[in-house]
Design a protein around this ligand. Structure first.
Ligand SMILES: *Cc1c(COP(=O)(O)O)cnc(C)c1O
Length: 342
């Protein structure tokens, strides 16, 4: 096992790199095996696997953070465990006990400790759990066997020059999810559906697109692969409510912080695209960036600017600093949010 890694932590982006060990567990004959750490980062599966043809799969994303005292911690991994089980249930894959999920993440981080970036670099160890249907199958139906895997790789700070706003455009041509489809689950098909929309948005100079609700195309749903929130001038943190939004753990953590630390009022409700004027700040949130401040959103040829296209609003900044501080161990976390690796 390599214990000396030679990585320029400041230059890391969000890219795959092979670390020492990864976790694999197989479900067969009605149960999961004990799972083990393996060196090989290639997996060999039947060409008839349901994950390859029928999209029977799901994934998660979380991070391990190095704190000032050199210890390593995970942020709310039990929430990722609960969410992967909701995704599994939706596409007929077996449940993973929460303890098994968290233990697999802990094993992978411990086995790759040398790849956990130092405190202060803003870089983290990204953890990618996934479940895929495997085994011989031809007709459309659930797989006979499943693979639960967890790997990790170091990723850089999302905002290298500090938090900065970016612009988004409304996707008028494409939806990422159907009204009663799999939008609320972390399933690869949602991402396949969003690839083209994303590329078209970036070609036009936007960071990504904002999706409207698939049934009526009148309300805000997701911002690329992140959740939307807006701040009103009367101290409200508002975020869309819809059955086709992926419930972001970052978003629910920000809601807690807005309520308990900043004494804001929370509104989870429909947010019509023609009501953007009520927000003095807006952001997108998810594990990758914590918060991406939204400069403006383009809709029908007009760019609606919230706080500023170049400056970050004060409330967005406060929310970001508090959650970032909790994740890296500098701010006291609410009970149960932090799981120590070592
Ligand atoms: C993963 C994901 C998010 C963010 O969820 P977090 O738990 O905060 O990382 C938001 N939207 C979509 C579509 C996602 O897949």
């Amino acid at each position: 096992m390599s214990t000396n890694v030679n990585i320029d932590w400041d230059k890391l982006g969000f890219a795959y790199s092979k670390t020492d060990l990864r976790y694999i567990s197989i479900w067969k004959d009605g149960k999961w095996d004990a799972g083990k750490l393996v060196e090989d980062n290639n997996i060999s599966i039947s060409e008839a696997s349901t994950s390859l043809h029928y999209g029977q799969q799901c994934f998660e994303g979380l991070k391990a953070y190095r704190t000032k005292d050199g210890s390593i911690q995970l942020f709310r991994p039990d929430e990722n465990a609960k969410r992967i089980n909701r995704s599994c249930e939706r596409v007929l894959m077996p449940e993973i006990p929460v303890d098994k999920f968290v233990d697999a993440c802990l094993q992978v981080v411990k086995a790759n400790e040398a790849f956990v970036p130092p405190y202060g670099s803003g870089a983290t160890l990204y953890i990618r759990p996934y479940v895929i249907g495997i085994g011989d199958n031809l007709g459309v139906g659930p797989a006979p066997e499943f693979l639960f895997g967890v790997f990790c790789c170091p990723v850089g700070a999302y905002f290298k020059g500090g938090l900065a706003p970016v612009n988004f455009m409304i996707s008028e041509k494409f939806d990422r999810a159907a009204p009663h489809g799999t939008g609320a689950d972390k399933i690869g098909g949602n991402y396949a559906a969003s690839l083209l929309a994303h590329v078209e948005a970036t070609k036009k100079g936007f960071a990504d697109c904002v999706y409207l609700d698939p049934a009526t195309h009148t309300n805000i749903e997701e911002v690329g692969a992140a959740n939307f929130f807006g701040i009103t001038n009367n101290n409200v943190f508002a975020t869309p409510k819809s059955p086709s939004i992926l419930p972001s753990i970052t978003k629910y953590s920000l809601i807690h912080i807005a309520k308990e630390y900043l004494k804001m009022n929370i509104e989870e409700r429909v947010i019509p695209i023609d009501s953007l004027g009520e927000f003095i700040e807006a952001g997108a949130c998810g594990t990758a960036a914590v918060i991406t401040p939204i400069g403006g959103i383009e809709y029908k040829g007009n760019l609606h600017v919230f706080y500023s296209e170049t400056e970050v609003g004060p409330i967005t900044r406060k929310l970001y600093d508090l959650l970032y501080g909790i994740q890296f161990g500098d701010v006291k976390a609410p009970e149960g949010w932090i799981v120590k690796v070592k």
